[in-house]
Design a protein around this ligand. Structure first.
Ligand code: ADP
Ligand code: MG
Length: 728
């Protein structure tokens, strides 16, 4: 692979062990199961080690002979860690990681042992691609797909398997996974950002995006989880009345973590650390039983692998503690959903953060350059960025009265708003020496002081600057971070390319000095990007109106949001940056649209089942009890009976009404599903599910949840929210 960088591996391999206060063993555990620099030096010849290093650093291909050596060293190391099998570990468009385990050795009938892991197996494999989504790419081109080693993300031993991070592509080279476009976007961003860096620091050889994710999740007792078919089948509760005590008291946030949960968290952290995931913070979230885990940030490719791996570890460790972890964006109605904040920045090979201001005016102009170019990139592609966080699950957060809204805007804080305003109002064109000094000292030079005071964080913003990085908060909790990250990298790469063209133009045509030209271009960007900057409450109705006036998109559903991916402008962007081709874009659109309506299809099926086979029968039994009571009272009291049975009769009629309406809505839902089955065009199917099917979910739910409040608790067939949500 050509798109390989060394600083990534150096960051991982060269990083000092994480020091986290409470557990001294952390540093010992860290990276224990990772084939990192230390293990490589121990298990590889110098020649093999240097070859891997060169592959990562300079994209130099590893020869067959050397890859045999690397494989042998890796295998010996892995076996010493207790591994018996190996697998290519990749991230297909299902959203989960995929593996196909093979044994290192095979015993032949005559007692001989056949070695099954050499350079060939390390570098490339051909898994059965047919079971993974391809959006038609395999049909159009060629059925086979293969996985290829990504040496920038170190191999690791997970349980008893050596896992080798790989890309997954079709035989024709089309990306079938998340990692391929991510690596391509990192390469594009590196190319463009390094060129821009020539204005500031000629020594910069590489620029890499960094990612620090924050993963939110719910924990539910495993027995409760299993008792809810909706959780098991769809990842969320389709029914359930909110408990009397929800999150009104906000007492869960930063409160003490229950002992049983703490023990899960400890175990999870130990497993994560062993696998080289530098987990750092843990705390309660706003909702009951909701928690968060965040690591120290890393180079984006590695951070994405680590998040994907973490989601898998979370599930496995949870089972050991009789918990089930819920990664769905909205497992419970009426209670906060879960997101995955993606903290993103740019870092040079010398370890300098480009979104962090510094001591000199030049460093601050560099900061402003990357800061304003990010804003411009988001401004120009806000709708596309929204498309990259779209999913059936995330629709319950974005655009459903819950944070953040479906409108993308950028929050930068009061102080930086002032700085941008000063720049916008500063004189245009060439500057006299005095004017230049004024600019440098009084505007650009003051940024670091100004930023120290950057405390006014706006929690409602989907894309916020938080001092030395941007935080993209609208990513769904179950999403693969790669999607939004490669979209952002690509937009930024394109933006930096345009920036350089414009600066060059001013220098060549107008005879401007470099810094004055940069300043003039930034000034024009501020004017052009004003509509994306928003500092107030992102949840308010006023913002929806205001955003519409500003021409910002507000796509509340996945089918609406995904459309922009097929727009010629979007395709041109990804093709120009060599991140995705038209075919790949179209294929991904197909996969996502299909995933969307399949999810709704499953939810529809489970919901009708719950309503017909669980809720209605329970309600009818209760109805029957009421009928018995009423007729008993009638027998006892004769024509005066209504005096005694008044409440019971009211209740009976209410319960009966709800049963009738519920049954009728389920019937209507089923007939809608029948119509959907005969539809062919996937875009139309998705729109149909979103507009015609989904509204019935709410209707059915409102009657079912009302019945939950009326029907005798003894008869209620489903575990209730109040039972599930207060694990101690
Ligand atoms: P907060 O006060 O919001 O908790 P932190 O500095 O602890 O801020 O950062 C929160 C998240 O941001 C962490 O996951 C951290 O790793 C990540 N982060 C910090 N700096 C960067 C950076 N330069 N690039 C990417 N992510 C970063
Ligand atoms: Mg955050």
């Amino acid at each position: 692979m050509s798109n390989i960088r060394f600083s990534a591996i150096e960051q991982t391999f060269g990083r000092k062990p994480v020091k986290v206060s409470e557990e001294g063993m952390r540093s010992e555990l860290y990276g224990k199961n990772v084939f990192d620099k230390k293990s490589m030096l121990q298990y590889l010849s110098k020649e093999a080690y240097m070859a891997v290093k060169d592959a990562v650093e300079k994209g130099i291909k590893i020869s067959r002979e050397i890859s045999d050596q690397v494989a042998a060293g890796m295998k010996t190391w892995a076996i010493a860690q207790g591994a018996t099998h190996y697998t290519h570990w990749f991230q297909p468009l299902t959203g989960f990681s995929a593996e196909k385990h093979d044994s290192f050795f095979e015993k032949l009938p005559d007692g001989d042992v056949l070695e099954k892991f050499g350079g060939g197996q390390l570098v490339q494999q051909e898994p059965d691609a047919s079971s993974f989504p391809s959006g038609g790419i395999r049909n159009t081109f060629e059925a086979r797909g293969y996985t290829a080693w990504d040496p920038t993300s170190p191999a690791f031993v997970y349980e008893t398997t050596l896992c080798i991070p790989t890309i997954f592509i079709s035989y024709t080279g089309h990306a079938l996974d998340y990692k391929t476009p991510l690596l391509r976007s990192i390469q594009a961003l590196d190319r463009e950002a390094t060129k821009v860096m020539k204005y500031f620091n000629r020594n910069t050889k590489k620029v890499l995006p960094t990612l620090g994710w924050e993963q939110e999740y719910f924990l539910i007792d495993a027995a409760f989880y299993k008792s809810r078919p909706d959780l098991v089948m769809t990842g969320r509760t389709l029914l359930g009345h909110a408990p009397a005590r929800g999150q009104q008291l906000d007492d869960h946030y930063f409160g003490s973590i229950p002992e049983r949960v703490l023990s899960y968290m400890r175990d999870l952290e130990i497993e994560s650390l062993k696998l080289g995931i530098p987990v750092k913070t843990r705390h309660n979230e706003v909702a009951p039983n909701q928690f968060e885990l965040a690591p120290i940030f890393e180079e984006a490719n590695l951070a994405v692998d680590h998040n994907t791996l973490l989601m898998d570890i979370m599930r496995k460790v949870a089972r050991r503690h009789n918990f089930e972890v819920l990664l769905h964006e909205k497992p419970f109605a009426g209670i906060n959903g879960s997101g995955k904040h993606n903290n993103w920045s740019l870092m040079t090979d010398t370890g300098s953060n480009l979104l962090s201001p510094g001591k000199t005016p030049m460093k601050n102009l560099e900061f402003l350059t990357f800061f304003i170019n990010t804003i411009k990139a988001v401004n120009d592609h806000e709708e596309l960025l929204r498309a990259f966080i779209a999913s059936a699950g995330n629709d319950h957060r974005l655009g459903a009265n819950e944070a953040p809204p479906a409108i993308i805007s950028v929050f930068i804080g009061e102080q930086l708003t002032k700085v941008l305003k000063q720049i916008k109002n500063f004189k245009e064109g060439k500057l006299t020496p005095d004017e230049k000094t004024d600019l440098k000292l009084n505007i650009v030079g003051k940024i670091p002081e100004v930023l120290l005071d950057n405390t006014d964080r706006n929690r409602t913003s989907p894309f916020a600057f938080t001092g030395n990085k941007f935080e993209f908060r609208a990513v769904g909790s179950s999403a693969n971070c790669a999607g939004p990250m490669f979209a952002l990298n690509t937009m930024m790469a394109k933006q930096l390319k345009s920036f350089r063209v414009e600066v060059t133009k001013l220098m060549e045509n107008k005879g401007m000095k470099k810094d004055v030209a940069i300043f003039n271009v930034l000034k024009s960007y501020i004017k052009q990007s004003e509509r994306i900057l928003f500092e107030q409450d992102g949840y308010s109705d006023e913002w929806e109106k205001e955003a519409a006036k500003r021409g910002l998109s507000n796509n509340k559903t996945t089918p609406q949001a995904l459309k922009i991916k097929l727009d010629p402008r979007s395709i041109a962007l990804f093709e120009e940056m060599e991140v995705l081709t038209r075919e790949e874009m179209e294929a991904r659109y197909e996969v996502e649209i299909h995933q969307y309506y399949t999810q709704l299809q499953i939810e529809s099926g489970v919901l009708s089942d719950l309503a017909l086979n669980h809720i209605i029968p329970a309600a009818i039994r209760y109805q029957q009890q009421l009928v018995q009571v009423v007729s008993g009272l009638k027998e006892l009291f004769g024509k005066d009976y209504t005096k005694y049975a008044k409440e019971q009769i009211t209740l009976l009629s209410e319960v009966s009404d709800k049963i009738n309406r519920l049954s009728s809505n389920v019937r209507k839902l089923k007939s809608k599903l029948d119509s959907a089955y005969s539809m062919k065009d996937s875009t139309k199917v998705a729109a149909f599910y979103s507009e015609q099917v989904k509204p019935f979910f709410e209707l059915i739910r409102s009657d079912a949840d009302a019945l939950e409040m009326m029907v005798n608790d003894e008869l209620w067939p489903l575990t209730k929210y109040r039972e599930m949500l207060f694990t101690r």
